[in-house]
Design a protein around this ligand. Structure first.
Ligand SMILES: Cc1cc2nc3c(=O)[nH]c(=O)nc-3n(C[C@H](O)[C@H](O)[C@H](O)COP(=O)(O)OP(=O)(O)OC[C@H]3O[C@@H](n4cnc5c(N)ncnc54)[C@H](O)[C@@H]3O)c2cc1C
Length: 488
């Protein structure tokens, strides 16, 4: 049985009893409830508020006392106790809108949040997922274009414990990937708490627990797993004269397809995988796209020598040093797609894999855009100097007319806006300070998943590690608890 606070702190919404688990939250494991404190349930709720505060103060690092804390919180979730609470005026920071979560709290219900929750469940630990939107994987569902397919072959994008269906193509479509995620969530009975934005998460040294605050409630747990992703907020650059531009300016997160840009001159700013693919999509809808390429970049064919470039690179890296593999990739690319410098796409000094390793910059896997650049269907421009009316002036002095601008300028992490921690995450960019494979674990039960700059493969590696680490602590606690209470 779980109680969620409603708009006002004195009114309450009580969801139907979860008859299957009888736990204090639908996500929480049905641990055997020891109503050691049952007889106290006759007492007034204020007694519990007082007792909670006392226990909090002394419970740090003490399993028995934190178990007591759990028991107190279970009392708070009792229907009988709730009816008493409903008639009691409660203050903003009182016990009433605090929910004790025995397992970890996962912030974010994207592929990373789901993956780590499934791995934990597989180890016998139930986690609580808090998701700000009303669905799983909203990035994929709401912020991606229609023609999107996984950029990497499916075996490198599957989440732990469940491969993609055999009849899925090598590069599943966005809809197929979403269907896979739905099936994954169903298989592991993952039910995130939706429409719940975490506004603050802070480690309380006084009681040795994390306090995860949303607008409605505060969730208290020993573990917090940050799964809000590398793509939490759109990066929107500012250009001089942006307000004067008469046509639409939109981020790729709002772009669905090129059908409303037919016969229009569209400037796509940014040449990562999304920018390149949006240009191709625009061509297919008879629009006239141009691409702004400011920096050097590596473009590689999506497949070489009959294998995916990514898969081939992974295999070669097992045998050869990264620089040798980079040279090989560039040689084959030159043979397959020619000299990209001639098309206005200069290559960086570091090779594609080394660049990815050092700066996290992903090489673009070409799905047909280069051919369109070569044929002149897509024009290439350098950086933007300023916008005016329906004109764009570029840094090389050229001025061109455009009907619309699409910003393929990427995303950023939002972690610094809500997580009060300077140990694991950098305040500068909201990414773990330590690079892969180090950045998954912080202090005091804090974890990070999906910040490896290695896509879903990085997510899977993180998920398995985090689940093993937490399950190990969980099992030790249970063992200790059982030795203290052999009858339970
Ligand atoms: C267009 C595009 C194509 C891609 N293609 C591939 C690919 O082919 N292969 C690959 O490996 N990777 C790909 N990626 C990388 C992508 O980042 C991952 O596929 C994946 O979505 C990452 O999952 P995640 O759960 O870490 O992050 P997300 O999918 O971004 O999920 C994070 C979740 O956290 C929620 N959230 C954020 N802040 C809060 C908060 N304060 N409180 C509560 N909830 C919050 C969000 O609503 C979201 O649901 C692609 C990315 C993009 C944008």
């Amino acid at each position: 049985m779980c109680v969620y606070p409603h708009q006002s702190t004195s009114s309450w919404r009580v969801p139907p009893i979860d008859t299957k688990t009888h736990s204090s939250h639908p996500q929480i494991n049905p641990r055997k409830q020891v109503h050691f404190l049952g007889k106290f349930s006759q007492l007034h709720p204020k007694f519990y508020s007082f007792a909670w505060l006392c226990i909090q103060k002394i419970a740090r690092e003490n399993f028995l006392l934190s178990w007591l804390m759990e028991e107190f919180t279970k009392r708070v979730h009792d229907p009988y106790f709730q009816s008493q609470l409903a008639s009691t005026t409660v203050s903003e920071d009182s016990l009433a809108n605090r929910v004790w979560v025995p397992g970890p709290v996962i912030v974010g219900g994207g592929p990373s949040g789901l993956a780590v929750a499934a791995c934990l469940k597989n180890q016998g630990v139930n986690a609580l997922i808090l998701e700000q939107t009303n669905c799983i994987a909203p990035l994929w569902k709401m912020k991606t274009y229609d023609r999107l397919r996984l950029h990497l072959p499916k075996q490198f994008c599957q989440l732990p414990l469940m491969p993609f269906p055999k009849d899925f193509p090598t590069y599943p479509t966005k809809q197929q990937f979403l269907a896979y995620l739905e099936a994954y969530a169903n298989k592991y009975e993952l039910k995130p708490v939706y429409n719940t934005t975490v506004v603050r998460a802070e480690y309380d040294r006084g009681c040795g627990l994390w306090r995860v605050k949303t607008k409605m409630a505060e969730y208290v747990s020993r573990w917090v797993i940050v799964a809000t992703g590398e793509n939490a907020e759109e990066v929107v650059p500012k250009f001089e004269g942006m307000n004067e531009f008469t046509g639409p300016i939109l981020h790729t997160s709002s772009y669905k397809s090129g059908d409303c840009f037919e016969n229009q001159k569209v400037l796509v700013v940014g040449c990562g995988n999304s920018g390149m693919e949006v240009c191709l999509d625009l061509c297919n809808y008879n629009a006239c796209p141009s691409l702004v390429i400011r920096d050097s970049l590596h473009v590689l064919p999506q497949e070489m020598l009959g294998r995916s470039t990514f898969g081939l690179s992974m295999s070669l890296l097992k045998w050869f040093p990264i620089r040798v593999v980079d040279r090989f990739l560039l040689l084959v690319s030159r043979f397959m797609i020619g000299d990209t410098n001639k098309l206005g796409l200069s290559r960086p000094k570091l090779g594609p894999l080394e660049l990815k390793n050092v700066y996290g910059k992903t090489p673009v896997l070409d799905v047909g855009t280069l051919a369109k650049i070569r044929s002149g269907d897509i024009k290439v421009y350098p950086g933007i100097k300023r916008l005016a009316c329906n004109n764009v002036e570029f840094v090389d002095g050229r001025i061109e007319k455009f009907d619309a601008i699409i910003l393929a300028t990427g995303y950023r992490s939002n972690v610094t806006t809500w997580l009060k921690d300077t140990n694991l995450f950098s305040e500068k960019d909201g990414f773990p300070k330590k690079q892969f494979p180090e950045g998954w674990k912080g202090e005091n039960g804090l974890y990070a998943i999906g910040f490896t700059k290695r896509g879903l493969l990085g997510t899977s590696i993180d998920a398995v590690r985090i689940a093993e680490d937490i399950a190990c602590q969980w099992k030790m606690n249970m063992k200790h608890f059982k030795s203290l209470h052999p009858a339970t």
